[in-house]
Design a protein around this ligand. Structure first.
Ligand SMILES: C[S@@+](CC[C@H](N)C(=O)[O-])C[C@H]1O[C@@H](n2cnc3c(N)ncnc32)[C@H](O)[C@@H]1O
Ligand SMILES: [Zn+2]
Length: 387
């Protein structure tokens, strides 16, 4: 039997919730029970997303915190979200389970249970009972998505964290092909490509179970990526949704890029602008990666919640809201100016000029010097050369 008193305990508070776990030397998978303070904003955003989803559904929601660790997600969800029915916290580690039980107790919660199973086994044996499945593993979520596809019920919410950003962003190509069956490409906008590869992999995996996704919110922050996916059921809907799978083709020489939808669609070999060989990333998700209606509701919901990272998360959500409905990929001003051998003008002036010329242009949370616009690379170059 594990005796909690044998451990030196750290106590923290997030939102309205107190959490305890054993002292650790550094944040790593070797810690006795995993807790990463850097992920507080991720958890705060989840509180807003789940509450917004619950209100939209207008029913009690059952939640599965599949990789509990200290239990902080499951415990916070039960403690801080209205309209929550049963919460199931799962973790393969017995010690994590002990602390999950302890944290439930110190927060005086009911209708919340602790389970010790492999994540996939847990999902397989609980088909259709969760309205929300939260996948927050070490590294890649890839091995668990089939079971999530099998388990997820219609009109449910699937939340997915990935911390293997070097694979998704294309620092290493092979791990991305192996884990996500997609070819990455390391470009200025590789964090967006990474999110689209992850979303595309979720869509393709879920389609095996005649389920499809709508991306409600996605963000790439520090060392991780996070997706909030609305899951719907139906083979026709899934066929339709898979039309959003495609490829991004990029020219390293002149920074031209284009997108092509379709899993087996013909894609051009050479750049139409300069004739250089194009590099391709995909298959990936070319559909929307932000849903403005859902994000607006989350921003409004923040008024009702006590969240330590509120200022920071509102900046992020506002940025995600602004970039909803903008084209895939963005332009990195410094890369273009470097290619043109000129110094970069102020970002705001470029936005003004793009708008004067009738283009839409918005900032992006992916990069402080990124521009999402319907203007082509040559339009932007012309503007930059005229400053
Ligand atoms: C990144 S931590 C979870 C962090 C937690 N969600 C939070 O917000 O602090 C991953 C957890 O997954 C557990 N784990 C690892 N492999 C697992 C598996 N195959 N099935 C279930 N749990 C697993 C580990 O014991 C660890 O507690
Ligand atoms: Zn080119």
């Amino acid at each position: 039997m594990i005796i909690l008193d044998d451990y030196k305990i750290i106590t923290i508070e997030e939102g309205l919730t107190k959490i305890e776990f054993p002292e650790y030397e550094k944040v790593s998978s070797d810690a006795p029970v995993f807790y990463n303070p850097q992920m507080e904003m991720n958890r705060d955003i989840s509180i807003l997303a789940l509450q917004t989803f619950q209100k939209e559904q207008n029913r009690e929601i059952n939640i599965c915190d599949l990789f509990g660790g200290s239990g902080i997600r499951g415990v916070r969800y039960k403690n801080e979200i209205n309209g929550v029915g049963d919460v199931y916290i799962n973790d393969i580690s017995e010690l994590a389970n002990e602390f999950e039980e302890h944290n439930i107790k110190i927060n005086h919660l009911k209708d919340i249970s602790v389970h010790q199973h492999d994540a996939s086994m847990f999902l397989r044996s609980n088909r259709g009972i969760f309205d929300v499945i939260d996948i927050d593993p070490f590294g890649t979520p890839s091995p668990f998505l089939d079971s999530a596809g099998y388990c997820a019920r219609r009109e449910s919410l699937l939340c997915v964290t990935a911390t293997d950003t070097s694979a998704l962003c294309g620092t290493y190509k092979e791990p991305c092909i192996r884990k996500y069956n997609s070819k990455p490409y390391k470009s200025e906008y590789c964090h967006e490509t990474g999110i689209r590869i992850l979303a595309g992999f979720c869509a393709l995996t879920l389609s095996k179970y005649a389920k499809c996704i709508e991306v409600l919110l996605s963000h790439s922050t520090e060392h991780y990526m996070r997706l909030y996916l609305y899951v719907k059921k139906g083979s026709k809907k899934s066929d339709e949704s898979l039309k959003n799978i495609g490829y991004i083709s990029h020219c390293k020489e002149c920074l031209y890029r284009e997108t092509n939808k379709g899993l087996a669609t013909p894609i051009p070999e050479t750049c139409p602008e300069c004739g250089e060989k194009l590099i391709h990333a995909g298959p990936l998700w070319l559909g929307d990666i932000q849903n403005s209606e859902f994000i607006s509701k989350m921003i409004k919901e923040s008024e009702n919640k006590k969240l330590n990272t509120k200022n920071q998360l509102l900046k992020l959500l506002t940025s995600c809201l602004n970039e909803a409905e903008s084209p895939a990929t963005f332009y990195d001003v410094h890369s273009i100016c470097k290619a043109l051998k000129i110094s970069a003008p102020k970002l705001d002036l470029i936005f003004d000029e793009l708008e004067n010329k009738g283009f839409k242009a918005v900032k992006t949370h992916f990069s402080p010097i990124g521009i999402k616009t319907d203007a082509g690379i040559n339009d932007i170059k012309e503007i930059l050369l005229n400053f």
